[in-house]
Design a protein around this ligand. Sequence first.
Ligand SMILES: *Cc1c(COP(=O)(O)O)cnc(C)c1O
Length: 377
Amino acid sequence: MQFIDLNKQQARIERSLKDRINAVLSHGKYIMGPEVSELEEKLADFTKAKYCVSCSSGTDALLMSLMSLNIGPGDAVFTSPFTFIATAEVISLLGATPVFVDIDPDTYNIDPTKLNEAVENLNKGKKASPGTPDNLKVKGVIPVDLFGLPADYDAIDEICQRQGLVVIEDAAQSFGGTYKGKAVGNLGMVSATSFFPAKPLGCYGDGGALFTDDESIKQQLLSIRVHGKGSDKYDNIRIGLNARIDTLQAAILLAKLEIFPDEVQRRQEVAERYTQALKNKVKTPVIPKDSLSAWAQYSILSDDREGLMTSLKEAGIPSAVYYPKPLHLQQAFSYLQYPEGSCPVSESVSKQICSLPMHPYLEKEDQELIITAVNQS
Ligand SMILES: *Cc1c(COP(=O)(O)O)cnc(C)c1O
């Protein structure tokens, strides 16, 4: 059994994948070929965002979004400590300071009440941690849609409007999800997603995309993507990156996008079956009404995670821990000197969380095996 089975998907779309790839091989426009703009149009259409700018990875998408908002030294950007390193890494990379705000114990997404407190404390001159620099300017927040579930954007927006912060959605795991009728990609000033192979919509390498309704942000993103170009490639008006998606990856995504809505639906069914069968044994995911998760992961909490993972392993079932160590305790952020206990919910969840196999092609029989192994652990 596989944790994420990409082979069944490949078999399903083999013909269109090959046609798409062959088309690129014959036109030979490997960089910024026609598939790239076709993909951007289709993704914008899918999310109903005004603009989509594709790019080289989810990490670069986050980096570009911060660059387009001129975030840098002296700026504070709030985010969750219970996420993949990339979310906070890009903040530090630009010389800005990540301020970690603990998560909600049910959704594992940033807790809006604690976000408000953290912004107010910083505005009053109170440091977030001993190593946080003095006199930071509050600039933005990166809510992460963890495991595919959109963060609480209404509550976050209300705080950000009052406090003058921009919202950058880390939608790396949530493409395909919705929040109160709005598609992921449309929930922040800028939204960043990833097409890493294991994400809900994945390519066969690295890839990512940005979404915004703001024309001037879009223009900046286009420039940043190609070395800070101005009127052409050899007119450079800012420091930028080489952050384009490959044409081949765009072609692969176009083939996958055709079946993506059906796959999102299949993930809902898999998740529902898990929840019905496991809710009396472990803490199953809490999905607020009006939200739809893209189910990048199906994660449960168990106070005997060791025992649970051993039982699964003995039954030949793969499982994974996202994330074993919250970011505020990672060595990479030790310069900020967050003490243990400073984000207690993240710390406790990181000790109990475990993700089960989740993909659109998980057979009922395989799922029964997983359910039995969890219930008997
Ligand atoms: C995967 C992921 C990223 C980074 O995406 P890449 O395409 O791997 O660079 C960023 N944030 C979160 C929450 C992720 O899960």
